[in-house]
Design a protein around this ligand. Structure first.
Ligand SMILES: Nc1ncnc2c1ncn2[C@@H]1O[C@H](COP(=O)(O)OP(=O)(O)OP(=O)(O)O)[C@@H](O)[C@H]1O
Length: 750
């Protein structure tokens, strides 16, 4: 049906402005939509597979109602609407009614991969066992001596090759297991390697193998030689421990703690350490870097004084140990004869230098990687090591693993097309092993809210048809892009997991600060909100105590007390006096208008501008404000919006607890964290310029730097190649309230 009654008016879908679909969808879920014929509750279908339509939620398809709707087909005008009573509703007499808006729906139906190539099955030997190898994999396993580069496409069976090669070295070539070092990128991958090796090797042999991450292997080495310096009790395991130390430096610089991205500073320090950049080598290019350099020095000094160390120090420590003690290095070079390194595209300088030293005598170094999946530049990973492996080791053999055993032919074709546009890469193409009739699909929600609704509708349909929740993954560029999806899933009965370290969107610094204005408009004595607000008013943290004192002395609210703040500049005093009465105004506005007033008339815009990005190119405060506006759009009162926010903050904590227990749940993940994993069905969120590729990469590319854009393209490639059977890519028409352009990476695909 294309008509419904809402607020005693008749809505007609075709003439309903597109941005209202979500509001009407939610009206349906809360029982506010009814059938213009029978008066029963109806809902709006807002999914991927079909055009939106109204349907009866509690009874099967009703032909009478459908026919009645269709009979009222002449578009109404303001003048010709004459109402009559019908089933308790006022409806137009002659023709159905509805919106008189001239805005036409821009509904665009789902589109599929354009010009799919026919699938030609490769004539590979039939798969006889669950652990069989194709000819290239076989060659990789049997090539034993000398440097070897395995260029492995996504889903080409890297783990299978590495484990089989390790087993073959021992069982077929008589290599002593304790002379083999097998290095992985994550502890999870090391665990998986060990599991797989368990079925290939006798326990006695397996236990003598050295399998682990760079950190775990190098830590064992340094702790063995310098046990006192590297006691595990002195490890700074958590970021908050490190933050505490750099905050001390921040205080020396008189930095306001709540207004500085210490997490970003820590990341930068890690980047310097992992690229072997000492403080004395750094020439800060701006104030932010100058401050972080100061923190870096302070952090290193303090750690040394107190005997602490962090994870990066394990690498630095190992590097220095081997560099400074040539005899020891020689012993290790003799001990280890075979090196196998997984995910070589993600290696950083310090890891590379250590491995190079260790393998320089035996030269039996086998590296496996996919330069197209190098996505950790921000952590110091450097794909140039894989790209230049053949230059460093001129006698290296190269084997390509290009059969993709994971994804359908059309998914592989799409991913090949996307990545082929990168200039800095080894030329290669994956070949799929199977196909199905389900081409990669592109759908076009109006905005983030509708995107979430469409996906959740689709998930429900597919799970009802028999799919398992754990078959699905929803991947996104940054955690903040998952806000609407989280909200929609939290309101459904579908099981889903969230990352344990994922904070609620509403707890982000900028968002929380802006919400403080809204809270104070309802409760002018909200002490926590006032604490959050101070930074935006450029007031010191301890002003809260002065405000509390003034509110007692002057017998006024905390908000009113802002008028009595002393020891500030005259212009600041004027500003505070100006904003105090506005709290009473914003509470009467719709949340979206209230936020605009906070930005424009209560100084928030100035705060955001003044704050800058603090060196953080990925997350801008102004983007948070725009995201918050998208979330606020559908609420009509500030109180409703705040209730929603509190509910969602609570749900975030709740979902984290539940996530730990779910064994069969939909996975929500950033693309970075999905690396190495595979799912039957994948949705990629927000494939628009600015999101994927991220704005900062577009900015860099405008300034002539193409590397960040290439890394973004690799992210899209990684996301696409996680899918085994179906791939849905969302291309919203607007993002953060503005018209969005489809991602340049996928435009040619549909
Ligand atoms: N020769 C083979 N025959 C059949 N299936 C295979 C073969 N080799 C690997 N596979 C299967 O292909 C899938 C992908 O393998 P794997 O996860 O090791 O790929 P990968 O190279 O690590 O992928 P990515 O780098 O994209 O994470 C797995 O399900 C694996 O069991």
């Amino acid at each position: 049906m294309d008509k419904a009654s809402y607020n005693n008016k008749i809505l007609q879908l075709d003439s309903l402005p597109r941005e209202q679909y979500q509001i009407i969808y939610e009206a349906g879920t809360t029982g506010k939509l009814s059938c213009i014929h029978c008066g029963e509750q109806i809902k709006l279908y807002l999914g991927i597979q079909q055009k939106p339509f109204f349907f009866h939620s509690s009874k099967a398809f009703n032909n009478d109602c459908e026919e009645y709707c269709n009979s009222l087909s002449t578009p109404p005008t303001e003048k010709n609407i004459q109402e009559e009573e019908h089933n308790g509703f006022r409806i137009p007499k002659s023709r159905p009614i509805g919106q008189t808006s001239t805005v036409q729906s821009a509904w665009k139906k789902v589109t599929f991969l354009r010009s799919p190539k026919p699938f030609e099955k490769q004539s590979l030997p039939p798969v006889t066992t669950t652990d069989s190898l194709d000819p290239s994999q076989q060659k990789a396993v049997s090539t034993v001596d000398g440097p070897l580069l395995l260029l492995a496409g996504a889903g080409s069976g890297k783990t299978r090759v590495l484990t089989r090669r390790t087993a073959s070295l021992i069982t077929e070539h008589g290599v002593d297991p304790s002379t083999i070092m097998l290095v992985t990128f994550t502890a999870k991958a090391a665990q998986e390697m060990k599991e797989r090796l368990r079925s290939l090797l006798a326990p006695g042999r397996l236990s003598r193998l050295v399998v682990g991450t760079f950190h775990s292997i190098f830590y064992k080495m340094i702790a063995y030689h310098e046990p006192n310096r590297w006691q595990s009790t002195n490890l700074l395991k958590f970021d908050w421990q490190k933050e505490q130390m750099i905050k001390e430096a921040g205080r020396k610089l008189d930095i306001d703690e709540r207004d500085f991205a210490f997490d970003q500073a820590l990341q930068q320090i890690g980047l310097w350490k992992n690229t072997l950049t000492l403080p004395e080598d750094i020439k800060p290019k701006d104030l932010w870097e100058e401050r972080v350099l100061f923190m870096y020095k302070h952090y290193e000094d303090e750690k040394a004084k107190r005997g602490f160390f962090d994870f990066d120090d394990m690498l630095v420590g190992c590097y220095q140990l081997l560099k400074n003690q040539p005899d020891l290095l020689t012993r290790y070079q003799q001990k280890f004869q075979y090196f196998l390194i997984d995910e070589f595209q993600d290696i950083n300088k310090i890891q590379y230098e250590i491995m190079k030293m260790l393998a320089s005598k035996s030269r039996n170094i086998c590296v496996v990687g996919d330069d197209d999946q190098a996505i950790y530049a921000f952590r110091g990973s450097d794909p140039s090591f894989i790209l230049n492996f053949n230059k460093e080791y001129q006698d290296a053999k190269t084997i390509m693993l290009s059969e993709n055993y994971r994804s359908t032919h059309s998914i592989v074709q799409s991913a090949n097309t996307v990545i082929s546009r990168n200039a800095q890469r080894h030329q290669k193409e994956m070949n799929a092993q199977f196909d199905n009739a389900l081409l990669p699909a592109f759908f076009f929600p109006h905005d983030e809210e509708e995107e979430a609704t469409m996906i959740v509708t689709d998930l429900k349909e597919r799970i009802e048809q028999g799919a398992s929740p754990s078959d699905f993954a929803i991947l996104y560029r940054t955690h903040t892009s998952s806000r609407a999806l989280f909200e929609r899933l939290a309101g459904s009965n579908l099981p889903f997991t969230v990352e344990q370290d994922a904070e609620s969107f509403y707890k982000r610094k900028i968002v929380k600060t802006l919400i403080a204005y809204l809270r104070l408009s309802i409760d002018p004595n909200h002490s926590n909100a006032m604490g959050d607000l101070l930074v935006a008013l450029f007031l010191k943290k301890n002003t809260l105590n002065d405000l509390k004192a003034s509110s007692i002395l002057e017998d006024c609210s905390l908000v009113e007390a802002l008028k009595y703040v002393k020891n500030i500049q005259a212009f600041q005093e004027r500003k505070l006096k100006k904003i105090v009465p506005l709290f009473k105004t914003i509470v009467k506005l719709k949340p979206i208008q209230a936020i605009e007033m906070i930005e424009k008339e209560m100084g928030f815009e100035d705060f955001i501008k003044k704050r800058g990005n603090e060196g953080n190119v990925i997350e801008k405060g102004s983007d948070d404000v725009r995201d918050l506006k998208v979330a606020a759009k559908k609420f009509s009162t500030v109180q409703d919006f705040l209730d929603h926010i509190d509910h969602m903050i609570a749900m975030n904590d709740e979902m984290k607890k539940l996530s730990k227990h779910y064994t069969n749940a939909i996975q929500l993940s950033t693309i970075h964290r999905s690396k190495g994993l595979e799912y039957k069905h994948v949705y990629i969120l927000s494939a628009v310029d600015g999101s994927l590729p991220h704005d900062f990469a577009l900015d860099s590319s405008r300034n002539g730097e193409t590397a960040p854009l290439e890394e973004e393209r690799r992210l899209m490639y990684v996301a696409m190649t996680r899918a085994q059977q179906t791939l849905h890519i969302s291309v919203p028409e607007t993002r953060r309230g503005k018209t969005a352009q489809p991602s340049r990476f996928i435009r040619s695909l549909y």
